[in-house]
Design a protein around this ligand. Structure first.
Ligand code: F6P
Length: 317
């Protein structure tokens, strides 16, 4: 293996993973090139050389130095063929794709349909890659959301209000559950669980009559719009409710130590996998150990144990 390429999405720890890949590769006399703007860059033949020095000072930066895009074009077979031609034209022997389900699905296509050696690194704030306990970026996102939540709590307590906080996660309730537990929230609404709004509002009214003054209710974006939930609460309880939609701040920010260390380990392992001719797999952490899992399995829907989280949140509220 003489030359590998890196293609990325953006979230906490991606730059640290690029650094780890580049430095591991050079240690093994492998050259590295970066694909600019994700799969669109692969189609448009946009590559930049990455040497040891080019990844200095990025370990603590959010986002991705390679830029990224949601590529609609890569769904098209003729565009996929252009990407494959560019991989060959640039003498790339293997590709490391850092991203979530969409990016890893593209990696699976390149490997199975076009025989390109590809290894994936799961990186998504949604933490919804199947078989992966913790994807890169999920810890940073939960911490960014938690930091915001702590600030919201200050004003919620002072003004004795109900706050509904909408968090990201696409169809997955991971961030919502993490934040609800770590932030000591009263209620959490996630796509993986049925929810009875009338029951919650009754509980709020009872609590209010007994002197409880503020509530923080987390809503995962995949379950409902925070605004709609806030309106329903006000309507059913007559209590003042405010809504905060945290949005894209959750995908940015300095990566946590957990994400930086995960990035160092994932990046190093991904290079070793390619060097051992492993393809169509992604790296994962199981019980603290690095393992490989087939991409076909990784891109299947992931189930999270909502019940256990929920039970604990309710006991501690
Ligand atoms: O998949 C990551 C994610 O941040 C989701 O949590 C969110 O639903 C989505 O991407 C937002 O996508 P975009 O940045 O394209 O608006």
């Amino acid at each position: 293996m003489e030359k590998i390429a890196i293609l990325t999405r953006d979230c906490g720890g991606v730059n640290a993973a690029i650094r780890s890949i580049v430095r591991t590769a050079y240690k093994n006399d492998i050259k590295v090139t970066g694909v600019l703007k994700g799969y669109d860059g692969l189609i448009n033949n946009k590559f930049i050389p990455l040497d040891r020095r080019s990844v200095s000072g990025i370990i603590n930066q959010g986002g991705t130095i390679l830029k990224t895009a949601r590529s609609e074009r890569f769904y098209n077979e003729s565009e996929q063929k252009k990407a494959v031609q560019n991989i060959k034209k640039n003498n790339i022997d293997g590709l490391i794709v850092i991203g979530g389900n969409g990016s890893l699905t593209g990696a699976h296509v390149l490997s199975t349909k076009y025989n390109i050696p590809v290894v994936g690194i799961p990186a998504t704030i949604d933490n919804d890659v199947n078989g992966v306990d913790l994807a890169l970026g999920a810890d940073t996102a939960a911490n960014v959301a938690l930091d915001a939540l702590d600030k919201i709590r200050d004003t919620a307590t002072s003004l004795e209000r109900i706050f509904v906080v909408e968090v990201m996660g696409r169809d997955c309730g991971y961030i919502a559950l993490q934040v609800a537990l770590a932030g000591g929230c009263e209620e959490v609404l996630v796509p993986e669980k049925e929810f009875d709004i009338d029951k919650m509002c009754k509980e709020i009214k009872i609590g209010s009559s007994k002197g409880k003054e503020s509530w923080i209710i987390i809503v995962a974006e995949g379950k409902a719009k925070g605004n709609d939930i806030a309106n329903m609460i006000t309507e059913k309880t007559n209590l003042e409710t405010r809504v905060v939609v945290l949005g894209h701040i959750q995908r940015g920010g300095h990566p946590t130590s957990i994400d930086r260390i995960l990035a160092a380990r994932f990046g190093n392992y991904a290079v070793k996998m390619l060097n051992k001719s492993i393809t169509d797999h992604c790296v994962s952490l199981k019980n603290g150990k690095l393992v490989t899992i087939p991409l076909e399995f990784a891109i299947k829907p992931k189930k999270i144990d909502v019940k256990a989280y929920y039970k604990l949140i309710k006991i501690l509220t």
